[in-house]
Write a protein that binds this ligand. Sequence first.
Ligand code: T1G
Length: 689
Amino acid sequence: MTDPVTYDTEGKIAIVTVNNPPVNALGFAVRQGLVDAFDRFDADASAEIAVLVGAGRLFLGGADISEFGKPMKDPQLPGVVNRIERTAKPVVAAIHGAALGGGLEVAMACHYRLAFSGTKLGVPEVTLGILPAAGGTQRLPRLAGMDAALEMISSGKPVAPEKAQVWGLIDRIVSEGDPRLAGIAYAEELLAEGATPRPTSAMEAAPATSDAETWDRLMQDRYPGQAAQRHAVQAAFGAVTLPFEDGLKEERRLFLDLMESPQREALVHAFFLERRVSNLPDLKDITPREIASVGIVGGGTMGSGIATACILAGLPVTLVETTVEAAEKAYLAVSKNLDGAVKRGKMSDAARAAADLTTTTEYEALSEADVVIEAVFESMDVKRQVFDQLDRVMKDGAVLATNTSYLDVNEIAAGTKRPEDVIGLHFFSPAHVMRLLEVVVADRTSAEVAATGFALGKKLKKIAVRSGVCDGFIGNRILSHYRSAADEMILQGASPYQIDAALERFGFAMGPMKVADLAGLDIGHMTRQRKGPQPGVVNPDWADRMHEMGRLGRKSGRGFYIYGDDGPQEDPEILKIIDEVREAHGITPKEFTDQDIWERYMTAMVNEAARVVGEGIAKRPQDVDAVLLFGYGFPRWRGGPMMYADHVGLATIRDRIARYGEENPEFWQSAPLIEELAQSNRKFSELNT
Ligand code: T1G
């Protein structure tokens, strides 16, 4: 293992290089290496100025997040940063790629800062449930002014060097070249000018336009329920109300408070989930098949979305539709998506020009495709006909994938001559935007084909989660369960609008009724028709009435809400229908508080999720968290339903189920896994690998 921090000199210039792949995280060895390097620089009489630079693709990626929750070894980052600032001779930070969190805090303790165009400069700590805790809340206001610092610290969003230079955070910008050489050149200039150390801590911060109370209220409005942003802003105001050392102490106090919070654990869990949930231990030694071209069958919303996602990943796509008109329509739909991607800066003009899309009515055009994904009408008969054609035309070794959202992938596979090559790839609409992909591994899907499904997910920059075969796979199966809990509450007295508002206050991006309106109420109606009555599941008679009234949700202008120019409006007619249904059931409506709604809704979600894990549909609790976080708008700072349940305690979950079960025992039965873990006082997280 090479030294993560090296020291060398060129003439009067010392170069301190951090080399800790993949992101130069400031783990213990790097922290110790930096202290040793700057002690050496101070003692090195031949060196009159130092350049700090990162090896590899970026400067410094911040503290080592994998150390969180463990005892932190000295030297800790605040001490390292203060040590660099105290250096008796000037220090230049030569920043490229990214300087994030502790990485930017180290740069701010240097005396001069050079950055390459395109560098990400940020303090994203609040996205991890903490705050910049190596002096960032005190130095950033002094370099950039309070207004800029408060925006950066509270949003966690990176800024470009050009903007940072205007504020005073960056002194010099270079467009290209080698960071070490650029740092040396800048250091030579500074030496020639007789530059001396400029300790940031000795500077004054430009005051904020708005006061601390205003900012605190703003944080509560922007990030309801979250602690990190409020603490971070409180710490930052110390830069204008306290001496530097006291500001650091206040920053540390608030940081340690956040470090202990469940929100920090949840956000760090989500950070690593995003990057690791697709790495399945049992597939790590399996080589996926090559994916050089993709075929799509069906050019509707899903098919054209999937085609767009593949083209954005640089894959050539051949899309088959039933008629020339439908093929042309699909071509236009994909083209529109791609033009939108260019407008949003998600696709370069060159990539747009190189986009390789063929639409046709001939299945034979799929004969060379490595993977074909069908996204046709959700009917087993239609799917089977499509797979008959695919079986006929596709080359050996190609992967046959279905985008079905609930049909039995085993049955689809059984209808082909190559069931081991069949897999489910369940995309979420819009398929070129939503990051979640459920990779549905059927009973006879080969490990190689499963690995190929994940490899395609990686190419498409999806968060791919493995699912077994069941009605609804992971996400939709759990969704139908907690939606039934919501229906039960409506029948008992809660209004659909109260449920939406309560769950948005819980942190969901959108309440379940708004989600249903967005997806189309006809989908829910078809699902209920398909499944028929389920034991203990309340049939939402009001929804049947709404269907008869032609209320399809947002697409028809009316669903649970009325959709006009000023957004979704509650509809008294719906409340009247629900009252009539309650009366018909002889139910006297009862009051529900937010807490009641949260608890019942979440308990239903956790209970079904526990069954999904217990049955092996999801291999690990973290897979359920990933699906709900990245596909269903679950609040990131709660970490997903399994993390939420661990924080509540599984014994509490079990007791809630028992209490609800007194009224409706058929619906409320504890999943065996909850009973087992609650009994042994264990957590879902202990089952994660
Ligand atoms: N610590 C540990 N591991 C990290 C890491 C970090 N800071 N950043 C990335 N990794 C891992 C990541 O899990 C993955 O490994 C691999 O590196 C590549 O990551 C005191 C306390 C830097 C922009 O929040 O934003 O400083 O999971 O796929 O797309 O105030 O990584 O596959 O095994 O994301 O090129 C603040 C977080 C920490 C930056 C590069 N810093 N990282 O993106 O690679 S808190 C951050 C990123 C802090 C101080 C506080 C991105 C990146 P694996 P990747 P990328």
